[in-house]
Write a protein that binds this ligand. Sequence first.
Ligand code: SF4
Length: 230
Amino acid sequence: MYIGAMADNHPTYRLGPDFNDKLDQFVDKFICDGYECFAGEFARIEGFVEAACCDQSKRDDHDLRRTPKEKYLLEMVSYRIYDRLNREEFNKRKNTLIVMPDCLSLHNPDCERVERDYGTFCKRCLPTCQAYGISEVAKKYGAKCVFSKRSLDKQIEHFSKKMPDLSVVGVACIMMLAGGMRTAAEVSVPARGVLLNFTGCEHWNDQAFASEFTLASLEAILKEKYGGQS
Ligand code: SF4
């Protein structure tokens, strides 16, 4: 009687005796299906990681550059699940902050952005710059945009105090986006996200260049929240 009661004493999940085997099978299938589905998108990862593992130079970003392919899949799917989970609460919040990566403006050495304590702000100097495009979309929907800072939690907390009822949209690469959304959740701010189409920054390239992302995906998120703007 007592043993039976204990067996039912689980508020949410309970692992069965074959749990580990089932989990391994699930993970194997997830990875196999993921690699097949994203074979085109992930085509260069293995070669890059192999070269990064052979690189004996003194650079300080070896761990990032050697990130295994499995983690790209994990972080990409994590981002998408967080995005779905946060969508409803994101849409309820009044204010929106767009956090964008530095690498969007790398192609302009004369960038006029200004640095402040809690982030760097685009001055919209160059219409062909993607940060300019983000700034235009932000203005259209009454959102604010800022370049991300290393201490993202403090940055989001700062804006959360200045802009009550805050939500965030992050624009970032696969390696950064899900982590940024987790950071936002830790300071109770619901986040959605848009992935960079590729990475142009110095971590991944000998000669850095501007990364790109799909502006229409960002606008779709804001349009869903605020409705169509003229
Ligand atoms: S548009 Fe903004 S981010 Fe782009 S170069 Fe000008 S100030 Fe810099």
